[in-house]
Design a protein around this ligand. Sequence first.
Ligand code: ADP
Ligand code: MG
Length: 208
Amino acid sequence: MDTFFRLLEVCSQNINDKADVLNDLDQQIGDGDHGTNMARGFNALIAKKDSFKDKTLAQILKESAMVLISQVAGSAGPLYGTAVLKAGDSLKDIANPQESDYIVAYRAAVEGVQFRGKSDKGEKTMLDVLIPVLELMEKENKAGKSLKEMSGEILKVAQERVEYTKTIIASKGRAAYLGERSLGVADPGAYSSMILFESLVQVLEEGN
Ligand code: ADP
Ligand code: MG
């Protein structure tokens, strides 16, 4: 549970540090609020941290999902909120989750985003980071690697996939209204997902 709280802290720190970058990207192909939205959501989670202390991870994820849905708002709030809700559901009956259980929970999270967003990879959204990282994790977990052992690859895939979103036209979200004018700019939601994976990697590398 300590690792979870550390992850929450690092995600919140990094999202707040990069809020201007996220707003700037969203200014170019959306309405300029993605950083502000994400920072508000993570600050609300940090404010609830003490109330999480005696709860199970599944309960915490369920409550966190509600906070993200209501506090991040916009499109990203319900999407990230659904992801966290589905991950919590998936872990609900597992007393002592292993890394493979977290990866199964992460699959449920990504499928939740796809269902809620009616979207898939290649549409210039957060899924362009979320899906390739899932595929990498599943492949490497099957090959016997721990999350820590694959942390360099997680970073690389997340960063490359944000770059990739610059090369495609948006077909979902506000950026879809821009058509070809969305080319050349990275998707803000893909960028925030990358920040969350950078945070995960930072926490994995702190641990021994
Ligand atoms: P809003 O667009 O309502 O202002 P945000 O700016 O907080 O919300 O979030 C925008 C991000 O949400 C986009 O960059 C994109 O990654 C993601 N997004 C929007 N619509 C979808 C969708 N249908 N499926 C997946 N992700 C989406
Ligand atoms: Mg926006």
